[in-house]
Design a binder for this molecule. Sequence first.
Ligand code: NAP
Length: 253
Amino acid sequence: MQKLLILGGTTEASAVAAMMAGDKRFDAMLSFAGATRAPRPPPIAFRVGGFGGAEGLARFLQDRRIDLLIDATHPFATQMTRNAAQAAAMTGVKLLVVLRPPWTPGDGDCWTMVSTMAAAAHALGPLPRRVLLTIGQKDLAAFQAAPMHHYVVRSIDPPDPASLPPSATAISARGPFLEADELALLRESGVEVMVTKNSGGLATQAKLAAARTLAIPVVMVQRPAPPSEGVLVADAAAAAAWLEAHAGTERGV
Ligand code: NAP
């Protein structure tokens, strides 16, 4: 039996975990960072919280005699991805990285590409606007530098009030989101511009279609560089194929 650790917090990680449930060839565990207060419980064993850097993860892999590591964290979870690569290198555990493709603009889209949250705040311009922020909770403070705007902040858990710009309305919601609901949100909140990270994936892309329909411009924060270590695949089905290929191999082979 192969021991598998899945680094999660994404749809893809949950999909791989669901495929592992009941598969007797694997002893699989899903790991959550603990960023979301109430993650949906998966159908396999799971743990919550950091490992203590790359060294902590390497110790965990060795102590638990893990054979296979799947990094299916979010495209913007750069620290964890770095740690996974280092821990795999330290221990010889085989590493697969699941990285969903980024969104790309289509006809009718009006996207401004930026590479940092500070640049996103700057791109909103000097005149007051109503802004939808769908960037999670970690980077909200960057928008304190642009206090002339009113922000509608949507995140899974409520944001830390200290991180918010002075004029902000917080909405807690967890995807997947439907286009009709996104249209209603944009209309009812009077949103004039949207800021989002280029997360990719189906669960949260309806907001982009809604923005297109309403001719609302989007400030798109580009992804960090993809990892260069490990085998890279784009989705859970490709991860399943990689697992099939490793189902019969022993640790260190
Ligand atoms: P990060 O900056 O790359 O990671 C920060 C630290 O959180 C890591 O060093 C690690 O702590 C811990 N950590 C992250 N993912 C973990 C996991 N799956 N299991 C155990 N510990 C984990 O990541 P982040 O941006 O804070 O994201 C945290 C989690 O939220 C990830 O699981 C990610 O997939 C999910 N998520 C992130 C975003 C985003 O936009 N960043 C969006 C949706 C979901 P130690 O060093 O102590 O091990």
